[in-house]
Ligand binder design. Structure first.
Ligand code: COA
Length: 282
């Protein structure tokens, strides 16, 4: 069984899906915690995120993972406050002096793929900057929920680079080829409203309401059958990877397969009896 990471840079809080039901399952709220560096993704964070994903995947009671950035700390006297940030990118200081071989190794089997490959639902709760590798963390999640003052960008072009954590591929699939070209080639920031309008984020909330709204959405999703959620996620993913006719066949197989699950019987009976379903996850 994978252990939870024990580092200060990635903190994990576990909350119940339903406070009134002891067996309702749990949500893992994962906070990337480098407030003085705008939560930039260094090797420690990347490795702790991979470990977190392994733990979430194996922990039977965890139904869903939310990823967020830590809040800025109060500024030292005479200093300006640091801005709010989800994750302001890969830690640029770790790029110094690296050659292609060094980077290729660290960008293989990475945190972005670990998040992407989780079979359970994932939500990025973005409040502030989601830039470069930080935007790619959000892109590796299933849903993105943003505070109204958030800013999004793939600024790697300004460093003489391109996104390396799946950004060129996942961004173009999410927002379309033309907008991805503009973002990656121009490196400009877009605000939360524009991110919403191009489908980069699912919802935008006033900052003070973001956490409650994200948790409400997470609790709703996490209250469904964990088995059916996995099948739903894998089947939607098939739309990214296969031509339509193959995807339709995969959906038909997945849909039919659910008719052999206990949770389909439980869900259908609960509807007919006007009860809440008590999922067993198989
Ligand atoms: N990697 C390493 N450190 C980073 C970082 C990153 N991606 N983003 C921010 N930081 C650090 C800064 O170096 C600074 O550290 P310091 O206080 O020890 O000097 C601290 O976080 C605060 O950032 P700062 O630049 O002072 O804040 P700002 O309000 O002036 O600007 C940003 C905010 C987000 C516009 C700016 O930090 C920025 O452009 N960051 C880099 C974004 C980027 O290119 N990301 C893609 C990387 S591939």
């Amino acid at each position: 069984m994978a252990a939870k990471p024990d580092v200060n840079e990635v903190l994990i809080e576990v909350v119940s899906v339903n406070d009134e039901k002891s067996n309702s399952g749990k949500i893992a709220i994962v906070t990337i915690n480098r407030p003085n560096k705008l939560n930039a993704l260094n090797n420690t964070v990347a490795s702790a995120l991979k470990q977190t994903c392994a733990w979430v995947e194996q922990a039977d009671d965890i139904r869903l993972m939310i990823i967020r950035g830590s809040e800025p700390e109060p500024p030292a006297e005479g200093k300006r406050a640091k801005p709010k940030s989800f994750v302001a990118g890969a830690d640029i200081s770790e790029f110094v002096g690296k050659n292609s071989k060094d980077i290729r190794n660290s960008f293989t089997d990475n945190a972005w793929e670990a998040i992407w490959n989780l079979s359970k639902p994932t939500i990025a709760m973005v409040d502030g900057f989601a830039l470069g590798g930080g935007l790619e963390i959000a892109l590796s999640c299933d849903l993105r929920i943003a505070g109204e003052n958030s800013r999004f960008s793939t600024p790697e072009i300004n460093l003489g680079l391109i996104p390396g954590g799946g950004g060129t591929q996942r961004l173009s699939r999410l927002v379309g080829y033309g907008k991805a070209m503009e973002m990656v080639m121009g490196g400009e920031m877009i605000n939360a409203q524009e991110a919403r309008s191009i489908g980069l984020v699912n919802h935008v909330h006033p900052t003070g309401e973001l956490e409650a709204a994200t948790l409400e959405l997470a609790r709703n999703i996490a209250s469904k059958s964990p088995h059916t959620l996995k099948v739903a996620k894998a089947t939607i993913r098939a739309a990214l990877e296969h031509p339509l006719d193959k995807g339709i066949t995969m959906e038909a197989d997945a849909f039919a397969g659910l008719f052999d699950s206990e949770d389909k019987e439980i869900g259908v009976q609960a509807f007919l009896e006007r009860q809440d379903p008590e999922w067993v996850g198989r």
